[in-house]
Structure formats: C-alpha cells, structure tokens
Design a protein around this ligand. Sequence first.
Ligand code: NDP
Length: 448
Amino acid sequence: MNQNDALEELQKQVVRRNPAEPEFHQAVSEVLDSLAPVIAKHPEYKDAKLLERICEPERQIIFRVPWVDDSGTVQINRGFRVEFNSALGPYKGGLRFHPSVNLGVVKFLGFEQIFKNSLSGLPIGGGKGGSDFDPKGRSDNEIMRFCQSFMTELYRHIGEYTDVPAGDIGVGARELGFLFGQYKRITNRYESGVLTGKGLGWGGARVRKEATGYGTVYFVQEMLAAQGQDLEGKEVTVSGSGNVAIYAMEKVHQFGGKVVACSDSGGYVYDPAGIDVDLVRQIKEIERGRISEYTERRRNGSDYAAGGSIWNLPCHVALPCATQNELTGDDASALIRSGVLAVAEGANMPCTPEAMKLFRDAGTLFGPAKAANAGGVATSALEMQQNASRDSWSFEYSEQRLRDIMVEIHRSCFETAEEYGRSGDYVFGANTTGFSRVADAMLAFGVI
Ligand code: NDP
C-alpha cells in the first residue's frame, strides 16, 4: 500500500472506530492530510504504527455530575476528560462547559491539543475535558455547586505531574476558582500546578488571560512580516467577544490596526470608527451581557446585525475567535473576493475544511489554530513553571516570553514548510512540526 492509501485507510478506521464523532473525524483528517511526506521520509514511524497510536486516546473518562439548582431540583450533567497523549509531558488542555459538548467534541479538541502543545516547545502533553452543562443564566451559587460536583470526580484523575486542566469556553476565573477550591479541600494539598488560568492572588500567572488573543495577533504580525507587511492601518474583523476575541482586539489596536467588527452568538456589531474594546470588555467580561448592547451604549452610529455573517464585511485580516466551524466555504469566498490578506484561527478549528482549502488555494496567508492560538497554552505552561518555583513574573517579562514563543512557532512552521517545498503553507508546517516532535518521543519510549 502506498503512503496516501495507507493514510486514507487509517482515516476510514478512525471513522469506523469512533462513530458519530464528526468533529473528531475532521480534526484527524486535517492532520493526516499533511503527513504523507513525513511518513515517506521516516519509515520508522510507520513501522512503529505511530499514527494509529496517536489517533487513539491514552485514556477517556466519562462521569456523572449531579447537582442541585436554586429551586431545589436535582440536575444531571455529563463530565468528560480525554487524556490523549503524554509523550511530551503531563496531559494539558482546557475544560469547556457548553451544551454542545460531547465525547466527539472533547476528542477533537484533545487531538488538536497534542500538536499545539508540541509546537509550543514546552513540556506538555495533550488532553481536554468539559461538560454539557450550560452556565448561561445560572447563578453564582449554581455554578459553584456544579463545579464542586464536577471536581469531586475529576480530582482523582488530575495532578501537577499527571494532567493539568485549564479554562476554555464557559470556564473562566470564576469557575477555575470553584474548581481549585474543591480540589484543595478534597486532597488537602495546595497544589497550585494542578490547574492553570488561576486568579493572580492564588497562583495565577500574569498575561495568561491575554495570552491566546495576544499570541494570535503576534502570529499574524509574523506572517505579515514574512511578506514585508504589518498590521499598521489594516482593518480587522474578529468574531466572538469572549476571552480570546477581547485580547486579540486589544493587541491589534496596539499594533496600529483597526478592528471594525466583533460578534457573539446572537449577532455582530460593525463600528467603522474602530471597536471600543473597553466597552466590549465591560459588556461581555464584566456584566456578562449581549453584544447587541454595544451600539446603544457607544452612540457613534455603529450598527448591530442580529444573525447574518460577520465575514461578509470586507477586511484585510480576519480573526475567527468564537467557536468551531463558524467560518464556512461561502464566508471564505466572500473574504477572498473582498481581498483579505491574512486569516488566523484564534478559536479551535473555526474554519470548515472547505474554507481552509479556499484560503490555501487563493494564497491567503492562513494561520491554523494549533499554531496561531498556541500562546494560551504556552502561557499556561509558564504558569506551571512559576508555580513549581513558587515565583511570580512581571507582566513585561511574561509578555516577552509569550512573544518569543510565538515568533519561534512561526519560524518553525515557516521553515518546515520551506524544507518540504511547501513554502507559505502554515497548515502543513504546523502539522508536520507538531507531529514530528511527539512521534520522536513516542519512538524513544517503545511500544507503550
Ligand atoms: P469564551 O466563552 O470566553 O467566548 C466565546 C465567544 O464566542 C463568546 O463571545 C460567544 O458568544 C461567541 N460565540 C459562540 N458561538 C458563536 C457563534 N456561532 N458565532 C459568533 N460568536 C459565537 O471562550 P474563549 O474566548 O475562551 O474561546 C473561544 C475559542 O478559542 C474556542 O474555540 C476555544 O476552544 C479557543 N481557545 C481558547 C483558549 C483560551 O485561552 N481561552 C486557548 C486556545 C483556544 P456568547 O457570549 O453569545 O456565547
């Protein structure tokens, strides 16, 4: 069997063995599509069945999360932790609380995380977890009871040297506080390095909150710089208005670009004068409100559209920072027609396979999630370093470390693509670099 046939057969096997998990199939296919040249160059990977092993999680945990709501009614949710690969370090990846969470979604995120964490160059393996719990509209007390119940099962599977969860959609500083409190209470250990994204007063790291958004923009700046350009004066569209989106917008403005639109799951705002990031932060991060309130409070003639696609707005740079598969083939065509220069995935897998193909065929600079948004998990690994040494770094030093890491991720993706004659193909560069480091470690460990 030749290389391409073997990879196709493996993809079919993944679909057969993991039925009804379309997001996981998509994530695997996106990585395998890049790997034929690497496998051809390294037959030892094939002999050791590394690809087959890497597609199979080391451990998958599914558990019941019972809790009582404010009206006294018992609620049952489902909790997940997929410990995907520990070749490079303890499993590392966030927890997502959202009604769309199921095993396939957690596996797609965990699989992506293996290669992203490898690209960061730091000693962290890949994992992901979460629950189908919907935090929207829940009181602080309900969130606390849910988090305590979730941790009452999860605590036995995690640890500073085993598995280190963090936040993701629906899990921010408030939820991490409740989770860490319960872990500490059950284990009687102040084990700071067991969770990242913690509050600054109890083991958290400076720049962690900003890291994913800032890192994505550093990556864009590097892609543009490789073409002799920069963000100065560029119009930028950012989807979402959560953690990643807010700090991506802030960094774009610091680089002299102008963010003209952002969104939430209800619709988007278009503000040709430039999005007021402080106002978005006030509405979404502090008040947990809706982005529709922006136009009323901004009072400068900005528009709100309920529904419709934010990607129909012309822009130089597009940063999808909301959720998976939010940017479709039609959206990509609209962006290409309006002359988009660069797209970088702040969210995980926000572009559909069709959209990715269109961007790559059109020669649009395209930063895939596992490279572009790796700054978040990289800064989580820096948080673990600070916890291990009982230290706390300054904002400036932490940001410099983040910046250096993003420059290095860009360099390694860019140079790997060049080495294989795929100049400018960051998807290929990211998959190949991320995979090779994990594969080499797995090879060294033998068949385990
Ligand atoms: P948040 O929960 O803070 O924010 C998500 C944002 O996306 C919210 O504004 C939400 O709106 C919006 N949203 C959800 N669905 C849609 C949609 N269909 N269209 C438009 N907007 C939508 O999550 P994060 O910012 O932390 O995460 C965003 C993405 O980034 C996820 O894919 C996550 O996995 C990824 N990521 C996050 C990292 C981190 O450090 N936080 C690290 C690496 C990746 P609403 O308020 O209406 O729900």
